[in-house]
Structures are given as C-alpha cells and as structure tokens.
Write a protein that binds this ligand. Structure first.
Ligand SMILES: [Zn+2]
Length: 511
C-alpha cells in the first residue's frame, strides 16, 4: 500500500541580510512536524527556500558594488549551513532565481493573463526619485517623506499589470466558510475576514517597471513580475507546475500546511488562494500563522540588528537545547519571548534536571545493582499504575495534539512522563530495596519500568530533539525506536546490556 503523503512548507525567506533566530524558529517547527509525520509513516515533502528578487536586494547589491546574485549567493550558502547545523531535514530548497522557477512563473503569469484575470492598468504611487522607490502612505516617515533618504516623494503613475482579486472575493469567503480549518489559529481567520475581505478586495498590482531585479513578463519585458506571483508560486513550481502531469505535483499538491509568520498570513490566505482559483487548481489544506519570537523585549528585526548569529547558541548550548527552546517555550500561534537567559533556564530545568538526571540515575542504578543487564520479572505493585498508565496513553495524546500542531503542549506532555519517572524513583526507593535480597525481582521490575518509560519518551522525542534521542537509544542499547514500538508498555528488550551512561546536557551556569 502506498503511504499517505504530507507536504509542508516554510515561507521562502528574503535574504537581504543574514538569517537570525526568528528564521530558525519557523524552520525548526516545520522540521519537527516533518520528522514526526515521517516517523508516523507519511511520505513527506518538506520545502523551504528563499525569495530573492525585488528592489531591496537590487539596491543593497548596487550599494555593495555587486550583482544581485553575487550579493545573495553567500547569504544562501550561509543559510544552508545554518539549517544543516540545526538538523533541518528539508527535502527541497527552492530559490526564486532557479531557472525552472523563473520559467514556470512566466507560464503562470501567462495562464492568468490569457484567462483575463490579469490586465494592464495604471499603478499610482508615491515615488522617491533619488531612491527609485515606490512607497505607500503608511511607509513614509513622520514628515511624509521618503523613509530611506527623507526627501520629497511625488505621486507618479506607471503602467502595470493587475490581478482581478475582486473577482474571487465571494469564492474566497465561501471557501473560508466551508473549510473551517483553512486558517489557524482562528483569531487570524477573523482578522482576515473583518479587516481585509469584508471591506472589499481591490485588484492587485502584480508587475513593476521601476526596478529590474525580477522575473520579466515574457510577452512584455519592460515589466517584471512583482513579489506576489513570483514568491507565492514557489509552493507549486517546485513540484513542476504548470506541468500538472509531473510526478511531484501529482503526488504532493495540494500542500497540507503552509507555516507562515503572522505578518504574511494575509498574502497566504487572500492573494495565494485567489491565484490558485484563477489557475483552477486545488487550494492548500491549511495555513498556520504563528506568532513572533520577541527577542529581549523587541521584535527581532534585521534593521534593528539585535541578534546574534544562531550558531553561537548552538555552539554554546548544543543544537537540541536551541531546538527544544524554540519548540517548547512559545504557545504556538502566540508570540513568545527569546532571551539567552530564558534559553539557559529552560535547558537547565527540563533537559538537565528532568531528562538528563533521570537517564543518568536509572542507567547508573542498573549498572550498580544488575551489572547493566535488563530484565523484567513483572513483580508489579499499585504504585506502578500511575507511571505505566500514563506511558501507555501518552503516544495517542501526542498524536492528537500533533494534528493541531500544539507542539509546546506535546513536549509538556512527554516531559510529564519524565517527571513522573523521577517521582517514581523517589516513591519506590530502589536504594532501600537493594539492601534486601527478597526484593531483587521487585527492584528489577522497577528499573525495567523506568528504562521503558525513558525509551518511550525518547521515541516520542525523536522528531523534536533527534540527536538526544539517538544518544538515549545508544545507552539503552535498544532497537525498539520506531513508532510501532509504542503500541504497548514493555517493548524494551530483555537480557540486553546497557551501554555506559553519558552526560546528555551539561548544566549551564548563569551569566
Ligand atoms: Zn529616497
């Protein structure tokens, strides 16, 4: 039987400067979901990439005396290195400067034009001549001048192509109604409906003549295709669209989820679905708009420059500490706070005290009492119920919360098992039982229950902190690492010998 497919995307990021912890946040979440789905047996396609055209990059490159491509190539190489250090398991990295993408975007533009959904009109805007930039009213500085150079702007108009967004207003509203989970969290859906759709959709300017760094309209090449059609199309051009017979397209479209930051929810829930309706193809199942990671109180931003290279955190604290923090700290959908201090407290509390301690105590007891040999004589007592029942239920709790992408709660639930295991040690007092030979089988059972709880936690943690899970499997010397091994409590092999304990996370001293 063919596996069910799952197609997940991050936004394509704008590489006008080096990537920061905010980019990592979205990408780590997407990676954890992709890994979880793979472990659940799905055939996953996980895509990320970069949106490389536009005036801002053109200008930055010009100022640096480089071509745009020369300017962005090192940033992309650096981003790929960052993803590799974070263990991001993407299947495809799309760049909007890829030849395939360029050709396919031109075809998409032409399909919409031929259909009558794109027409030529006049674009009116506020223009700064020295900067060669269009601005909207809200972008101007306090004096109503150019936000870059603070000189006068003039109203000018240029010939441009427009997409008939207004034509799809009703269809879009219907789609929202008939697909209640199309936009999550629901608050974002209401925001879109009330602030943008109900007041009426206006046709959208989809080309420019004021800059050159973009994909030319191939039948009218003084125009370049503006960001909307260029960037949003990445989710289908990577699959071969407009070739609807392409294997990837047939297999993976429509996307199961587009993960996006809340600032671009509007483009993904209004412009993108209308484009797809115009093309006459299926809409993605879901757009999930997550909040921002607020760094030290202010929004992380390239222009504020208030961030460290994320690799510094990885080098200092380990990749799984960074991944765990991003996944655990923020209630998904809301804003969360990032600071190095929070990262340190979270690592010490959960990864060092809870997880690391439990594993080390248990492996050490097994070595001390039974020469690291695992066995389960099944001498149970009532005090085991709380632990075993929870460990047995946990996989299905995790699974249903993953469907809602409540990753922070999933981690909380998994760590609850570790917490209960630590308490189980305190309650059963193995060090007292060890003094009484009649209790040997009871003691073996207790150690087994602990090791099995650790194994179950590690299997469930594979998607989130994969390196740590692997270290635990190695210590447990177990081959039971797949989701199939979660069907019942007691799958850990008997008569295996544990490997030496190793420190999973070192305590971090506060600065
Ligand atoms: Zn200016």
């Amino acid at each position: 039987m063919e596996n069910k497919k799952y197609y997940i995307t991050t936004p394509i990021y704008y590489p006008s400067a080096e990537f920061h912890i905010g980019h990592c946040y979205t990408t780590i979440i997407a990676d954890a979901i992709a890994r979880y789905k793979r472990l659940s047996g799905y055939d996953v396609f996980f895509q990320t990439g970069t949106d490389e055209h536009g005036q801002k990059i053109e200008k930055k490159a010009f100022d640096a005396n480089l071509t745009p491509k020369e300017y962005i190539d090192p940033i992309i190489a650096n981003a790929k290195d960052l993803w590799s250090k974070l263990g991001i398991s993407y299947d495809y990295f799309i760049r909007t400067t890829d030849e395939d993408h360029i050709k396919r975007v031109q075809e998409i533009f032409k399909i919409m034009y031929d259909k009558g959904d794109i027409y030529k009109g006049e674009y009116k805007g506020l223009y700064c001549t020295p900067c060669e930039s269009f601005w909207t009213e809200s972008q101007l500085d306090e004096d109503g001048k150019c936000p870059d150079c603070h000189r006068e702007v003039h109203e000018v108009s240029e010939e441009a192509y427009f997409f008939k967004l207004s034509k799809y207003q009703k269809k879009l509203e219907e789609h929202y109604e008939t697909h209640p989970n199309f936009i999550l969290p629901l608050s974002r859906k209401n925001e879109m409906l009330n602030n943008f759709i109900k007041p009426g959709l206006e046709d959208l300017c989809v080309s420019r003549t004021s800059f050159k760094w973009g994909i030319p309209v191939d039948f009218d090449n003084k125009h370049v295709i503006y960001v909307w059609i260029d960037a949003l199309s990445n989710y289908i051009t990577s699959l071969g669209y407009p070739d609807t017979k392409s294997e990837l397209y047939k297999k993976y479209w429509p996307a199961d989820v587009h993960l996006v930051g809340k600032e671009i929810v509007r483009f993904h829930t209004i412009i993108w679905p209308c484009m797809l309706m115009s093309l006459g193809i299926e809409l993605p199942h879901q757009i999930f708009g997550h909040g921002w990671l607020i760094i030290d109180g202010g929004k992380i931003s390239k222009s504020l420059g208030n961030y460290k290279d994320p690799r510094e955190y990885i080098n200092l604290y380990g990749v799984d500490a960074v991944r765990y923090f991003a996944l655990r700290e923020v209630p998904f959908g809301n804003d969360g706070n990032f600071s190095e201090e929070f990262l340190i407290s979270r690592t010490n509390a959960d990864l060092v005290n809870n997880l690391g301690n439990l594993v080390n105590r248990t492996v050490a007891m097994s070595k001390k009492y039974f020469d690291s040999i695992v066995s389960n004589p099944k001498v149970y007592k009532e005090e085991d119920d709380n632990l075993i029942n929870y460990a047995t239920m946990l996989p299905s709790i995790v699974d249903s919360k993953m469907d809602l992408l409540k990753i922070n709660e999933v981690l909380e639930d998994i760590f609850e098992l570790l917490k209960r295991s630590n308490k189980y040690i305190d309650d059963t007092t193995p060090w007292i039982l060890a003094k009484d030979e009649k209790e040997t089988d009871r003691l073996k059972t207790i150690i087994y229950n602990l090791l099995e709880s650790i194994r179950i936690s590690a299997v469930l943690l594979r998607a989130f902190i994969p390196d740590t899970a692997d270290k635990i499997f190695k210590m447990l010397n177990t081959k039971k690492i797949d989701f199939d091994s979660l069907n019942k409590f007691g799958e850990l092999e008997e008569n295996i010998k544990l490997n030496e304990a190793e420190i999973l996370f070192a305590r971090i001293e506060k600065k």
